[in-house]
Design a binder for this molecule. Structure first.
Ligand SMILES: NC(=O)c1ccc[n+]([C@@H]2O[C@H](COP(=O)([O-])OP(=O)(O)OC[C@H]3O[C@@H](n4cnc5c(N)ncnc54)[C@H](O)[C@@H]3O)[C@@H](O)[C@H]2O)c1
Length: 327
């Protein structure tokens, strides 16, 4: 099977690629495992770290460019993980960029598939940011979308597009709404939720970190490990089990910032927690405060998708994955 990951040099794209290569196979549309013969990683920057693996083709190109899409998608491309995006803070700061990458390019990708006519599986990563406004305490799979950021709007429109392309039989689409991913390794990024990793990662690294929201702010989180498991399991879901509703809210953990720091205290001690400083940032509070802190995961669980057991476990899996010892 030929698999494409757009955003293949990104945080989740790289991890997904490594996991797919390690497994060597993925279930095909008939539910039977198929060997991954080619893995195309499309990104504006070259995906590195895969040299020597003959299955990997790292392609550099702009996903909003139809010619690039036609170069990386052909009738052999049976599975597409569409991850390329600009993150929330960036899409808010640069409206045109967000529209071009998060929305226009998603439509171009779906159009490329429709015109080829081979009905590939397309897994699209959506976000908590599609919700907003006055929300119920627990958001349901079908709670009305009411994004309060351009990023959320772009994800919501792309979800609707994918659902309709699936209904029309142009693609076998799956929209997986991801909770905020934490703990994300590396450096802070332009996502409004960047602090949700920073307040854990930096203190564990011996550095201070500024928390821009109140301790009572509730977040809906998923570890990178579980996110990758869910992306693959979501791709492998039986199309009949999804029916016409292609959107699945992935299972997360509902934790307040204070509870996150309690978990950090449990795993790493008070001295590490003391490295968190507080400085409210109204821009971040406005965006993150509009996101739901918990959603109903009945559908995800019925489909066999599972999340993390506790946030302390999430921190422990971060330490293990990144081979970090507590300082
Ligand atoms: N990480 C999270 O907390 C989170 C939460 C919800 C949803 N998501 C979604 O999951 C997906 C992956 O997120 P991530 O955390 O890996 O983000 P990321 O920023 O690390 O990866 C996105 C990748 O897309 C690439 N990209 C941007 N513009 C491009 C273009 N024009 N052409 C080709 N590639 C381009 C970037 O270079 C980057 O490598 C995104 O769609 C994101 O919106 C992430």
């Amino acid at each position: 099977m030929k698999v494409l990951i757009t955003g293949g040099a990104g945080f989740l794209g790289q991890r997904l690629a490594r996991e797919l290569l390690a497994r060597g196979q993925i279930k095909g549309p008939n539910g039977q495992p198929e060997t991954i013969t080619e893995l195309v990683l499309l990104d504006v920057v070259r995906a590195t770290g895969f040299d020597g693996d003959a299955r990997v083709r790292a392609e550099v190109g702009d996903i909003a460019d139809r010619a690039v899409l036609e170069r990386v998608i052909d009738t052999q491309t049976q599975t597409i993980f569409h991850l390329a995006a600009v993150v929330s803070g960036q899409a808010e700061a640069d409206f045109e960029l967000g529209m071009r990458i998060n929305l226009d390019a998603s439509r171009e990708l779906l159009e490329t598939c429709r015109l080829l006519g081979h009905k590939p599986r397309v897994v699209f990563t959506s976000s908590v940011a599609v919700y907003g406004g006055a929300l119920p305490a627990v958001v349901q799979n079908d709670t009305a979308l009411n994004p309060q950021s351009s990023y959320g709007m772009q994800k919501a429109v792309a979800e609707l597009l994918l659902n309709d392309y699936a209904r029309r039989g142009f693609v076998d689409g799956r929209v997986l709404r991801l909770p905020t991913i934490s703990v994300r390794p590396g450096k802070p990024n332009a996502a409004a939720s960047s602090f949700a990793s920073g307040i854990i990662r930096e203190p564990l690294n011996g550095e201070t970190s500024v928390c821009p929201v109140a301790g009572s702010t509730r977040l809906w989180l998923l570890s990178p490990r579980k996110a990758i498991e869910c992306l693959i399991a979501g791709c492998e879901l039986d199309a009949a089990a999804l029916g016409l509703q292609r959107v699945v809210n992935l299972p997360g953990l509902s934790v307040s910032v204070d509870e996150m720091l309690d978990a950090l205290r449990e795993v790493a001690g008070e001295a590490v927690v003391a490295r968190v400083e507080w400085q409210a940032d109204p821009r971040v509070e406005k965006i993150v405060g509009s996101w739901p802190g918990q959603w109903d995961t009945t559908r995800a669980r019925q489909l066999g998708l599972t999340g993390d057991a506790s946030f302390a476990d999430v921190i422990r899996s971060y330490l293990e994955d990144e081979r970090i010892s507590v300082r």
